[in-house]
Structure formats: C-alpha cells, structure tokens
Design a protein. Structure first.
Length: 263
C-alpha cells in the first residue's frame, strides 16, 4: 500500500485524487491510502498531529493560504528520503528555491493523466528499490500443498474452527495449524504482526484506521478485544511514529507488480 499525502487547494487536490482513483481502477493490485490537507493554514497544521508516515507527498507550492516550501522543509526534516512532488499553477517560478527542497518531480497544473501516471510509476520504482530489503516469507501447509507468502503481502490471519485463513489482497488461503504457533513464528521474522483478538493476527502495515474497538484494513473491519486493546494501540502508535512503512507489493504477485511497473 502506498500512503500518499496531498497538500494543495481543493482544485488541485481534486484533480490528483481523480487521477489516483482512475489509476487504482485501471491497475489491479495497486492500493493507496490517501490523506488530504490544504485550503488554510490551520488545516495544514494538522500534519504535525498525524499518526503515520507517508510514502509520497504532493505539495502545491503557490497555494496562497500556506507556504508550500515551509511544508516541504518540515517533511524533509521528518523524512529525508520522502519523495516529494511539487505542483504549481503558475509555472516554475524560482527554480533555485524549488530545488533547495529536492523534489522528486514537478508538475504544472493542469497536467494530463498520462503525465501523472509517468511520474507515479517512476516514484513507485524508486520506492520499490528503497524498501526492497524486507522480503521475509512464511510457509504453511494448505491441503496437500505448501504455500509461501511474502510477509508484506499478508493483510491478516484469522482462526476459523480448526483452520487458519491467510488473507491477502488477491485471495484467501485456508491452511492448518494453531494461531499461537503462527504468532510465535511471525514474531521472530517481523514486528509488524500483532494479535488484536484471540482469533486474529493483523499486519500493522495495512491498518488504515483504529475506530473505537475496531481496526480497518482496506475494506475489512476487525474487532479489537478488550484484553488486547492497550497493546494494539501502543504497537500501532510505535509503528506509525518510529518506522517508515514499507511499500505494499500489490496483490501478492510480485511478477504482476513488476510487469505493471515496466509497462
């Protein structure tokens, strides 16, 4: 999953969001978690209070209601490697000032969908390279076959009577075993998996929201038990504030993602 932050006026933000939604619809297995800010200084100040780290940031540099360069400086201070896209409705303006903040790309509004896709694909290749070090896998038996899943592709794992269901963005795979054994095995491989109730392990990388006693993973709502809630909240806070999220590898099929990026 690519976490994207848009800091822009409504007009520019609406165009980018529409392109992202089209991009999502046309490319199976590419998921985004989008946050928007802009329109006034108070709204932009909420960035300081966010509980996650974006993987890509789009900043409109000439929005009159806030200083886009100062926002870029703030983003750079929190994450020196964050890919920043500058957008302007007035052209390049002051090139020297623009490149002081090392933007990954620069788009002049209104830009075409094709130009946006070209920039987005280049950014995703960069992110894939930047975060490709974690390729840990988990193997398990399902019927007469053994499956091996990249940990980053697992959304969550739930107990279903005597079975375990491994949920990925592409499919649900039913295997055998004890959830406690899987929890012990995964904890040795990655700190991203945590038990949210007695029958479910979730991948913190895909948690988009915690709302009361439920957490959201894509379109799934998963209950948090009272006994696990404190631990879940602390783990998610730690994940969001201290570690850069990894890029999702699409729908669990690395070959498909590679083919998509190289079109």
């Amino acid at each position: 999953m690519v976490k994207i932050e848009i800091i822009a006026t409504a007009k520019v933000g609406d165009l980018i969001q529409s392109y992202l939604e089209r991009f999502y619809a046309e490319n199976e297995g590419v998921y985004f978690n989008l946050a928007r800010y802009g329109g006034n200084q108070a709204d932009v100040s909420l960035i300081h209070k966010r509980a996650y780290s974006p993987l890509m940031c789009v900043i409109e540099i000439d929005d009159p209601s806030f200083n886009g360069y100062e926002v870029a400086k703030m983003e750079r201070e929190s994450d020196p490697l964050l890919p920043i896209f500058f957008v302007s409705q007035k052209g390049y303006g002051q090139p020297q000032k623009i490149f002081e903040h090392h933007p990954y790309d620069f788009l002049i509004y209104p830009f075409s969908y094709e130009a946006f896709v070209k920039a987005a694909k280049a950014m995703m290749k960069f992110l894939s390279f930047l975060h490709s070090k974690n390729a840990a896998t988990y193997a398990f038996k399902a019927g007469a076959k053994y499956h091996e899943l990249v940990l980053d592709d697992i959304l969550y794992i739930e107990k279903d009577n005597h079975n375990l269901v491994f949920h990925t963005a592409r499919a649900n795979i039913v295997g055998r075993g004890k959830l406690s054994d899987v929890e012990n095995d995964l904890s040795a491989k990655s700190p991203d998996f945590i038990k949210c109730n007695k029958g479910t392990l979730v991948n913190l990388h895909y948690v988009t929201q915690i709302d009361g006693n439920d957490l959201k993973i894509l379109k799934h709502s998963i209950p948090i038990s009272r006994s696990e809630k404190k631990k879940v909240l602390e783990a998610y806070k730690d994940y969001a504030s201290t570690r850069m999220p990894k890029t999702g590898r699409g729908d669990g099929d690395p070959a498909k993602m590679s083919e998509f990026l190289n079109k």
